[in-house]
Design a binder for this molecule. Structure first.
Ligand code: LLP
Length: 443
Protein backbone atom coordinates (compact mmCIF):
# COMPACT_ATOMS: atom_id res chain seq x y z
CA UNK A 1 0.00 0.00 0.00
CA UNK A 2 1.05 3.58 -0.54
CA UNK A 3 1.00 4.52 3.13
CA UNK A 4 3.36 1.74 4.23
CA UNK A 5 6.45 2.88 6.10
CA UNK A 6 8.74 1.84 8.99
CA UNK A 7 8.88 3.57 12.37
CA UNK A 8 12.03 4.23 14.46
CA UNK A 9 11.93 0.71 15.87
CA UNK A 10 11.76 -0.74 12.39
CA UNK A 11 8.12 -1.78 12.71
CA UNK A 12 6.08 -1.71 9.55
CA UNK A 13 3.38 0.96 9.64
CA UNK A 14 0.37 1.46 7.43
CA UNK A 15 -2.03 4.37 7.45
CA UNK A 16 -0.05 5.68 10.44
CA UNK A 17 -0.49 2.53 12.56
CA UNK A 18 2.21 0.01 13.38
CA UNK A 19 1.64 -3.66 12.78
CA UNK A 20 2.55 -4.72 16.31
CA UNK A 21 -0.39 -2.72 17.66
CA UNK A 22 -2.62 -3.98 14.87
CA UNK A 23 -1.72 -7.59 15.67
CA UNK A 24 -2.35 -6.98 19.37
CA UNK A 25 -5.77 -5.50 18.70
CA UNK A 26 -7.02 -7.71 15.86
CA UNK A 27 -4.91 -10.86 16.12
CA UNK A 28 -3.17 -12.69 13.30
CA UNK A 29 -3.54 -13.84 10.61
CA UNK A 30 -5.27 -10.68 9.39
CA UNK A 31 -5.76 -8.92 6.09
CA UNK A 32 -4.91 -5.23 6.45
CA UNK A 33 -6.35 -2.95 3.79
CA UNK A 34 -5.22 0.60 3.25
CA UNK A 35 -8.36 2.55 2.47
CA UNK A 36 -6.51 5.54 1.02
CA UNK A 37 -4.61 3.26 -1.33
CA UNK A 38 -7.76 1.48 -2.52
CA UNK A 39 -9.51 4.78 -3.15
CA UNK A 40 -6.50 6.24 -4.94
CA UNK A 41 -6.32 3.27 -7.31
CA UNK A 42 -10.05 3.42 -7.98
CA UNK A 43 -9.72 7.13 -8.77
CA UNK A 44 -6.67 6.52 -10.96
CA UNK A 45 -8.73 4.18 -13.12
CA UNK A 46 -11.62 6.58 -13.22
CA UNK A 47 -9.55 9.69 -14.02
CA UNK A 48 -6.22 8.65 -15.53
CA UNK A 49 -7.51 5.68 -17.46
CA UNK A 50 -10.66 7.62 -18.31
CA UNK A 51 -9.04 10.84 -19.58
CA UNK A 52 -7.95 9.60 -23.02
CA UNK A 53 -11.48 8.26 -23.61
CA UNK A 54 -13.08 11.65 -23.05
CA UNK A 55 -13.40 12.34 -26.80
CA UNK A 56 -14.39 8.75 -27.50
CA UNK A 57 -17.76 8.56 -25.81
CA UNK A 58 -16.28 8.10 -22.33
CA UNK A 59 -15.45 5.18 -20.11
CA UNK A 60 -17.11 3.39 -17.21
CA UNK A 61 -14.90 1.57 -14.75
CA UNK A 62 -16.58 -1.45 -13.17
CA UNK A 63 -14.72 -2.66 -10.09
CA UNK A 64 -14.73 -6.48 -10.29
CA UNK A 65 -16.11 -7.44 -6.90
CA UNK A 66 -14.94 -11.04 -7.19
CA UNK A 67 -11.43 -9.82 -6.34
CA UNK A 68 -12.71 -8.70 -2.93
CA UNK A 69 -16.05 -7.35 -1.84
CA UNK A 70 -17.67 -6.39 1.42
CA UNK A 71 -20.29 -3.78 2.24
CA UNK A 72 -17.83 -1.02 3.11
CA UNK A 73 -15.67 -1.63 0.04
CA UNK A 74 -18.82 -1.45 -2.11
CA UNK A 75 -19.46 1.97 -0.51
CA UNK A 76 -15.91 3.12 -1.34
CA UNK A 77 -16.45 2.03 -4.94
CA UNK A 78 -19.74 3.93 -5.11
CA UNK A 79 -18.16 7.01 -3.47
CA UNK A 80 -15.34 7.10 -5.96
CA UNK A 81 -17.82 7.09 -8.82
CA UNK A 82 -17.06 3.63 -10.14
CA UNK A 83 -19.52 0.99 -11.24
CA UNK A 84 -19.56 -2.55 -9.88
CA UNK A 85 -19.29 -5.94 -11.49
CA UNK A 86 -20.86 -8.78 -9.48
CA UNK A 87 -20.98 -12.40 -10.52
CA UNK A 88 -23.36 -14.08 -8.09
CA UNK A 89 -26.48 -13.46 -6.04
CA UNK A 90 -24.22 -13.25 -2.99
CA UNK A 91 -22.05 -10.47 -4.41
CA UNK A 92 -25.20 -8.69 -5.55
CA UNK A 93 -26.60 -8.98 -2.02
CA UNK A 94 -23.50 -7.22 -0.68
CA UNK A 95 -23.98 -4.44 -3.23
CA UNK A 96 -27.66 -4.16 -2.27
CA UNK A 97 -26.81 -3.96 1.40
CA UNK A 98 -24.37 -1.15 0.62
CA UNK A 99 -27.15 0.63 -1.28
CA UNK A 100 -25.01 0.53 -4.39
CA UNK A 101 -26.79 2.38 -7.22
CA UNK A 102 -28.51 -0.36 -9.21
CA UNK A 103 -27.98 1.22 -12.62
CA UNK A 104 -24.21 1.08 -12.04
CA UNK A 105 -24.18 -2.69 -11.42
CA UNK A 106 -23.36 -5.35 -13.99
CA UNK A 107 -24.15 -9.02 -13.40
CA UNK A 108 -21.85 -11.70 -14.74
CA UNK A 109 -21.74 -15.48 -14.61
CA UNK A 110 -21.86 -18.44 -16.96
CA UNK A 111 -24.67 -20.15 -15.07
CA UNK A 112 -26.87 -17.55 -13.46
CA UNK A 113 -29.89 -19.07 -11.82
CA UNK A 114 -33.43 -17.85 -12.37
CA UNK A 115 -33.36 -16.59 -8.77
CA UNK A 116 -30.19 -14.58 -9.44
CA UNK A 117 -31.66 -13.10 -12.61
CA UNK A 118 -34.85 -12.21 -10.72
CA UNK A 119 -32.82 -10.63 -7.90
CA UNK A 120 -30.86 -8.55 -10.42
CA UNK A 121 -33.85 -7.41 -12.48
CA UNK A 122 -35.93 -6.65 -9.39
CA UNK A 123 -33.14 -4.47 -8.05
CA UNK A 124 -32.86 -2.84 -11.48
CA UNK A 125 -29.24 -3.56 -12.38
CA UNK A 126 -27.82 -1.65 -15.31
CA UNK A 127 -26.74 -4.71 -17.27
CA UNK A 128 -26.67 -8.46 -17.34
CA UNK A 129 -23.79 -9.91 -19.33
CA UNK A 130 -25.36 -12.87 -21.10
CA UNK A 131 -23.28 -16.00 -21.44
CA UNK A 132 -25.44 -18.70 -23.08
CA UNK A 133 -28.55 -19.34 -25.18
CA UNK A 134 -30.20 -20.99 -22.18
CA UNK A 135 -29.65 -17.82 -20.23
CA UNK A 136 -31.28 -15.67 -22.94
CA UNK A 137 -34.45 -17.74 -22.54
CA UNK A 138 -34.23 -17.53 -18.77
CA UNK A 139 -33.87 -13.74 -18.81
CA UNK A 140 -36.79 -13.37 -21.22
CA UNK A 141 -38.90 -15.45 -18.83
CA UNK A 142 -38.02 -13.37 -15.77
CA UNK A 143 -38.33 -10.06 -17.65
CA UNK A 144 -41.80 -11.09 -18.82
CA UNK A 145 -42.78 -12.12 -15.29
CA UNK A 146 -41.58 -8.81 -13.81
CA UNK A 147 -42.84 -6.70 -16.70
CA UNK A 148 -39.42 -5.15 -17.30
CA UNK A 149 -37.06 -4.86 -20.25
CA UNK A 150 -33.76 -6.43 -19.28
CA UNK A 151 -30.62 -4.52 -20.30
CA UNK A 152 -28.11 -7.08 -21.59
CA UNK A 153 -24.66 -7.37 -23.11
CA UNK A 154 -23.35 -10.34 -25.08
CA UNK A 155 -20.20 -11.98 -23.75
CA UNK A 156 -18.04 -12.75 -26.75
CA UNK A 157 -15.30 -15.36 -26.86
CA UNK A 158 -12.84 -13.54 -29.05
CA UNK A 159 -10.40 -16.43 -29.45
CA UNK A 160 -7.37 -14.84 -27.80
CA UNK A 161 -4.71 -16.88 -26.04
CA UNK A 162 -3.91 -14.61 -23.10
CA UNK A 163 -0.43 -14.98 -21.69
CA UNK A 164 -1.26 -15.98 -18.16
CA UNK A 165 -1.95 -19.08 -16.09
CA UNK A 166 -4.30 -21.41 -18.01
CA UNK A 167 -6.86 -21.42 -15.18
CA UNK A 168 -7.35 -17.67 -15.46
CA UNK A 169 -7.32 -17.27 -19.25
CA UNK A 170 -10.87 -16.90 -20.53
CA UNK A 171 -11.05 -16.02 -24.22
CA UNK A 172 -9.53 -18.99 -26.05
CA UNK A 173 -12.12 -21.27 -27.63
CA UNK A 174 -11.94 -24.30 -25.37
CA UNK A 175 -13.32 -22.88 -22.10
CA UNK A 176 -16.77 -22.33 -20.66
CA UNK A 177 -17.34 -18.57 -20.99
CA UNK A 178 -19.12 -16.61 -23.65
CA UNK A 179 -20.37 -17.04 -27.20
CA UNK A 180 -17.80 -17.98 -29.79
CA UNK A 181 -17.10 -15.26 -32.33
CA UNK A 182 -15.40 -17.55 -34.83
CA UNK A 183 -18.13 -20.17 -34.49
CA UNK A 184 -20.87 -17.60 -35.20
CA UNK A 185 -22.64 -18.02 -31.86
CA UNK A 186 -21.97 -14.42 -30.84
CA UNK A 187 -23.76 -13.12 -33.94
CA UNK A 188 -26.56 -15.63 -33.32
CA UNK A 189 -26.91 -14.45 -29.71
CA UNK A 190 -27.21 -10.85 -30.92
CA UNK A 191 -29.90 -11.91 -33.41
CA UNK A 192 -31.90 -13.79 -30.78
CA UNK A 193 -31.71 -10.85 -28.39
CA UNK A 194 -32.79 -8.21 -30.90
CA UNK A 195 -35.68 -10.48 -31.82
CA UNK A 196 -37.07 -9.97 -28.28
CA UNK A 197 -37.45 -6.18 -28.12
CA UNK A 198 -40.28 -6.35 -25.57
CA UNK A 199 -38.16 -8.15 -23.01
CA UNK A 200 -34.53 -7.46 -23.87
CA UNK A 201 -32.57 -4.32 -24.61
CA UNK A 202 -29.19 -5.05 -26.18
CA UNK A 203 -26.63 -2.56 -24.82
CA UNK A 204 -23.49 -3.95 -26.33
CA UNK A 205 -20.73 -6.51 -26.47
CA UNK A 206 -18.34 -7.73 -23.82
CA UNK A 207 -15.01 -9.54 -23.76
CA UNK A 208 -12.71 -10.52 -20.90
CA UNK A 209 -9.56 -12.32 -21.96
CA UNK A 210 -8.10 -13.33 -18.62
CA UNK A 211 -6.37 -12.09 -15.52
CA UNK A 212 -2.89 -10.98 -14.35
CA UNK A 213 -1.97 -9.87 -17.88
CA UNK A 214 0.97 -7.57 -18.68
CA UNK A 215 1.10 -7.80 -22.42
CA UNK A 216 -1.41 -5.45 -24.05
CA UNK A 217 -1.36 -7.30 -27.38
CA UNK A 218 -4.13 -9.63 -26.16
CA UNK A 219 -6.35 -6.64 -25.36
CA UNK A 220 -5.60 -5.26 -28.77
CA UNK A 221 -6.69 -8.38 -30.64
CA UNK A 222 -9.73 -8.64 -28.43
CA UNK A 223 -10.77 -5.02 -29.04
CA UNK A 224 -10.25 -5.44 -32.77
CA UNK A 225 -12.50 -8.50 -32.93
CA UNK A 226 -15.15 -7.00 -30.68
CA UNK A 227 -15.25 -3.85 -32.79
CA UNK A 228 -15.45 -5.99 -35.91
CA UNK A 229 -18.57 -7.62 -34.52
CA UNK A 230 -19.91 -4.23 -33.47
CA UNK A 231 -19.66 -3.08 -37.09
CA UNK A 232 -21.26 -6.29 -38.32
CA UNK A 233 -24.20 -5.77 -35.95
CA UNK A 234 -24.63 -2.27 -37.39
CA UNK A 235 -24.60 -3.69 -40.94
CA UNK A 236 -26.91 -6.61 -40.31
CA UNK A 237 -29.36 -5.14 -37.82
CA UNK A 238 -28.94 -1.42 -38.41
CA UNK A 239 -28.17 -0.79 -34.72
CA UNK A 240 -25.13 1.01 -33.33
CA UNK A 241 -24.75 -0.69 -29.97
CA UNK A 242 -23.99 2.00 -27.40
CA UNK A 243 -21.47 0.02 -25.29
CA UNK A 244 -18.34 -2.08 -25.58
CA UNK A 245 -16.85 -3.72 -22.50
CA UNK A 246 -13.21 -4.78 -22.69
CA UNK A 247 -13.16 -6.63 -19.36
CA UNK A 248 -10.43 -6.56 -16.73
CA UNK A 249 -7.25 -8.50 -16.21
CA UNK A 250 -4.54 -5.86 -15.69
CA UNK A 251 -1.59 -7.45 -13.94
CA UNK A 252 -0.01 -6.23 -10.72
CA UNK A 253 3.50 -6.67 -9.31
CA UNK A 254 3.54 -9.46 -6.73
CA UNK A 255 7.34 -9.42 -6.70
CA UNK A 256 9.96 -7.07 -8.10
CA UNK A 257 10.01 -9.15 -11.28
CA UNK A 258 6.74 -7.67 -12.49
CA UNK A 259 6.25 -4.15 -13.81
CA UNK A 260 2.57 -3.30 -13.59
CA UNK A 261 0.85 -1.24 -16.23
CA UNK A 262 -0.11 2.18 -14.88
CA UNK A 263 -3.75 3.23 -15.39
CA UNK A 264 -2.80 6.39 -17.31
CA UNK A 265 -0.49 4.59 -19.70
CA UNK A 266 -2.96 1.74 -20.11
CA UNK A 267 -5.81 4.16 -20.79
CA UNK A 268 -3.83 5.86 -23.54
CA UNK A 269 -2.92 2.58 -25.19
CA UNK A 270 -6.45 1.27 -24.98
CA UNK A 271 -8.01 4.52 -26.22
CA UNK A 272 -5.61 4.60 -29.17
CA UNK A 273 -6.37 1.10 -30.20
CA UNK A 274 -10.13 1.49 -29.78
CA UNK A 275 -10.04 4.64 -31.88
CA UNK A 276 -7.94 2.97 -34.55
CA UNK A 277 -10.16 -0.09 -34.75
CA UNK A 278 -13.38 1.93 -34.81
CA UNK A 279 -11.96 3.97 -37.67
CA UNK A 280 -10.85 0.87 -39.54
CA UNK A 281 -14.40 -0.44 -39.64
CA UNK A 282 -15.93 2.97 -40.35
CA UNK A 283 -17.50 3.07 -36.89
CA UNK A 284 -17.24 6.17 -34.76
CA UNK A 285 -17.45 8.51 -37.76
CA UNK A 286 -19.53 11.65 -37.22
CA UNK A 287 -22.71 10.01 -38.49
CA UNK A 288 -22.36 6.93 -36.27
CA UNK A 289 -22.35 7.30 -32.50
CA UNK A 290 -19.14 6.19 -30.77
CA UNK A 291 -19.76 3.39 -28.31
CA UNK A 292 -19.02 4.05 -24.67
CA UNK A 293 -16.23 1.83 -23.37
CA UNK A 294 -16.21 0.00 -20.08
CA UNK A 295 -13.50 -1.96 -18.29
CA UNK A 296 -13.61 -4.24 -15.25
CA UNK A 297 -10.40 -4.13 -13.23
CA UNK A 298 -10.47 -6.02 -9.92
CA UNK A 299 -6.98 -7.05 -8.97
CA UNK A 300 -5.34 -3.82 -10.15
CA UNK A 301 -7.51 -1.81 -7.75
CA UNK A 302 -7.63 -3.95 -4.62
CA UNK A 303 -4.59 -6.24 -4.92
CA UNK A 304 -1.82 -3.85 -3.92
CA UNK A 305 -3.94 -2.16 -1.22
CA UNK A 306 -3.71 -5.07 1.21
CA UNK A 307 -1.13 -7.16 3.03
CA UNK A 308 -1.62 -10.21 5.17
CA UNK A 309 -0.10 -10.06 8.62
CA UNK A 310 1.00 -13.37 10.12
CA UNK A 311 2.82 -14.42 13.25
CA UNK A 312 5.71 -16.83 12.98
CA UNK A 313 5.11 -20.01 14.99
CA UNK A 314 8.06 -22.25 14.17
CA UNK A 315 11.39 -22.03 12.36
CA UNK A 316 12.81 -25.33 11.19
CA UNK A 317 15.93 -26.20 9.22
CA UNK A 318 15.44 -29.19 6.98
CA UNK A 319 18.46 -31.12 5.76
CA UNK A 320 18.29 -31.54 1.98
CA UNK A 321 21.38 -33.74 1.82
CA UNK A 322 24.78 -32.85 0.42
CA UNK A 323 25.18 -30.12 3.00
CA UNK A 324 22.17 -28.24 1.68
CA UNK A 325 19.35 -27.18 3.94
CA UNK A 326 16.14 -25.25 3.71
CA UNK A 327 14.59 -23.09 6.38
CA UNK A 328 10.85 -23.49 6.81
CA UNK A 329 9.14 -20.62 8.58
CA UNK A 330 5.58 -21.57 9.61
CA UNK A 331 2.95 -18.89 10.03
CA UNK A 332 -0.53 -18.94 11.55
CA UNK A 333 -2.48 -19.15 8.29
CA UNK A 334 -1.64 -20.44 4.83
CA UNK A 335 -3.59 -21.95 1.98
CA UNK A 336 -6.90 -21.27 3.74
CA UNK A 337 -6.32 -17.51 3.52
CA UNK A 338 -4.23 -17.50 0.33
CA UNK A 339 -4.78 -20.40 -2.04
CA UNK A 340 -3.06 -18.65 -4.95
CA UNK A 341 0.42 -20.07 -4.43
CA UNK A 342 -0.88 -23.63 -4.38
CA UNK A 343 -3.45 -23.11 -7.13
CA UNK A 344 -1.61 -20.97 -9.66
CA UNK A 345 2.03 -21.22 -8.61
CA UNK A 346 1.66 -17.55 -7.75
CA UNK A 347 4.70 -15.63 -6.55
CA UNK A 348 4.59 -13.61 -3.37
CA UNK A 349 7.19 -11.91 -1.24
CA UNK A 350 7.27 -11.19 2.47
CA UNK A 351 9.09 -9.11 5.00
CA UNK A 352 9.83 -9.17 8.73
CA UNK A 353 7.32 -6.60 9.93
CA UNK A 354 7.56 -6.36 13.73
CA UNK A 355 11.14 -5.16 14.22
CA UNK A 356 14.37 -4.22 12.56
CA UNK A 357 17.01 -6.90 12.20
CA UNK A 358 20.60 -6.54 11.13
CA UNK A 359 21.10 -10.29 10.99
CA UNK A 360 22.34 -11.63 7.68
CA UNK A 361 19.65 -12.81 5.28
CA UNK A 362 18.84 -16.48 4.89
CA UNK A 363 16.72 -18.08 2.23
CA UNK A 364 13.46 -19.35 3.69
CA UNK A 365 10.22 -20.92 2.58
CA UNK A 366 7.21 -19.45 4.34
CA UNK A 367 4.54 -22.06 4.88
CA UNK A 368 1.15 -22.27 6.53
CA UNK A 369 -0.32 -24.41 9.26
CA UNK A 370 -2.38 -26.76 7.10
CA UNK A 371 -2.05 -30.48 6.73
CA UNK A 372 -0.37 -30.67 3.37
CA UNK A 373 3.05 -29.91 2.03
CA UNK A 374 1.71 -27.76 -0.81
CA UNK A 375 0.56 -25.26 1.82
CA UNK A 376 3.12 -22.65 0.82
CA UNK A 377 2.66 -18.93 1.27
CA UNK A 378 5.97 -17.68 -0.16
CA UNK A 379 8.14 -20.11 -2.06
CA UNK A 380 11.49 -18.41 -1.57
CA UNK A 381 12.28 -15.33 0.45
CA UNK A 382 15.34 -13.94 2.20
CA UNK A 383 14.45 -13.32 5.82
CA UNK A 384 16.84 -12.27 8.59
CA UNK A 385 18.76 -15.17 10.08
CA UNK A 386 17.39 -14.40 13.56
CA UNK A 387 13.73 -14.81 12.49
CA UNK A 388 11.98 -16.48 15.41
CA UNK A 389 8.59 -17.46 16.82
CA UNK A 390 6.60 -14.39 17.78
CA UNK A 391 7.92 -12.28 14.90
CA UNK A 392 5.35 -10.81 12.54
CA UNK A 393 5.71 -11.13 8.80
CA UNK A 394 3.74 -9.23 6.18
CA UNK A 395 2.91 -10.59 2.73
CA UNK A 396 2.02 -7.70 0.39
CA UNK A 397 -0.36 -7.75 -2.55
CA UNK A 398 -3.00 -9.99 -0.98
CA UNK A 399 -6.03 -7.76 -1.59
CA UNK A 400 -7.30 -9.66 -4.61
CA UNK A 401 -8.53 -13.26 -4.68
CA UNK A 402 -7.24 -14.09 -1.18
CA UNK A 403 -10.07 -13.32 1.27
CA UNK A 404 -12.55 -13.85 -1.56
CA UNK A 405 -11.18 -17.36 -2.19
CA UNK A 406 -10.47 -18.19 1.45
CA UNK A 407 -11.68 -21.46 2.90
CA UNK A 408 -12.11 -22.96 6.34
CA UNK A 409 -9.85 -25.88 5.51
CA UNK A 410 -8.92 -27.83 8.63
CA UNK A 411 -11.72 -25.95 10.39
CA UNK A 412 -9.62 -22.83 10.37
CA UNK A 413 -11.69 -19.69 10.97
CA UNK A 414 -11.11 -17.14 8.22
CA UNK A 415 -9.10 -14.02 9.14
CA UNK A 416 -10.65 -10.58 9.51
CA UNK A 417 -10.28 -7.71 7.06
CA UNK A 418 -9.09 -4.63 8.93
CA UNK A 419 -9.13 -1.24 7.23
CA UNK A 420 -6.67 1.47 8.23
CA UNK A 421 -6.89 5.13 7.43
CA UNK A 422 -5.39 8.26 8.98
CA UNK A 423 -4.18 6.50 12.11
CA UNK A 424 -7.45 4.64 12.73
CA UNK A 425 -8.28 0.98 12.22
CA UNK A 426 -11.66 -0.71 11.97
CA UNK A 427 -12.85 -4.18 11.17
CA UNK A 428 -14.65 -4.48 7.83
CA UNK A 429 -15.13 -8.24 8.03
CA UNK A 430 -14.74 -9.80 11.45
CA UNK A 431 -12.66 -12.85 12.19
CA UNK A 432 -14.60 -16.08 11.99
CA UNK A 433 -14.77 -18.16 15.13
CA UNK A 434 -14.88 -21.90 15.66
CA UNK A 435 -18.44 -21.29 16.89
CA UNK A 436 -19.30 -19.83 13.48
CA UNK A 437 -18.09 -23.06 11.92
CA UNK A 438 -19.83 -25.26 14.45
CA UNK A 439 -23.06 -23.34 13.91
CA UNK A 440 -23.32 -24.86 10.42
CA UNK A 441 -22.82 -28.36 11.72
CA UNK A 442 -26.23 -29.83 12.58
CA UNK A 443 -24.77 -32.10 15.22
N1 LLP B 1 -14.34 -9.24 -15.61
C1 LLP B 1 -14.63 -10.55 -15.73
C2 LLP B 1 -15.72 -10.96 -16.60
C3 LLP B 1 -13.89 -11.48 -15.00
O1 LLP B 1 -14.18 -12.78 -15.11
C4 LLP B 1 -12.84 -11.06 -14.14
C5 LLP B 1 -12.06 -12.00 -13.37
C6 LLP B 1 -12.58 -9.67 -14.06
C7 LLP B 1 -13.35 -8.79 -14.80
C8 LLP B 1 -11.52 -9.11 -13.16
O2 LLP B 1 -10.24 -9.51 -13.50
P1 LLP B 1 -8.97 -8.82 -12.79
O3 LLP B 1 -8.94 -7.40 -13.26
O4 LLP B 1 -9.16 -8.90 -11.32
O5 LLP B 1 -7.83 -9.58 -13.27
N2 LLP B 1 -8.76 -16.20 -8.96
C9 LLP B 1 -7.82 -15.80 -9.99
C10 LLP B 1 -8.38 -14.73 -10.87
C11 LLP B 1 -9.69 -15.12 -11.51
C12 LLP B 1 -10.28 -13.99 -12.26
C13 LLP B 1 -11.70 -14.26 -12.60
N3 LLP B 1 -12.30 -13.25 -13.38
C14 LLP B 1 -6.54 -15.34 -9.33
O6 LLP B 1 -6.45 -15.38 -8.11
O7 LLP B 1 -5.60 -14.97 -10.02
Amino acid sequence: PQTVDRDEQGRLTVGGLDVVSLAREFGTAAYVIDEADFRARARAFRDEFGAPFAELGGVDVFYAGKAFLCTEVARWVADEGLSLDVCSGGELAVAQRAGFPAERIGLHGNNKSTAEIRQALSYGVGRIVVDSFDEIDRIVGVAAELGVRAPVMVRVTVGVEAHTHEFIATAHEDQKFGFSLAGGQAAEAVARIVAQPDHLELLGLHSHIGSQIFDTSGFEVSARRLIGLHAEVARVHGIHLPELDLGGGYGIAYTSEHTPLEPGQLGEQMADLVQRELKAVGDGSPDTPTPRISIEPGRAIVGPSTFTLYEVGTVKDVDLGGGAKRTYVSVDGGMSDNIRTALYDADYSCTLASRRSDAKPRLARVVGKHCESGDIVVMDEYLPDDIAPGDLVAVPGTGAYCRSMASQYNHTPRPPVVAVRDGRARVLVRRETVDDLLALDQG
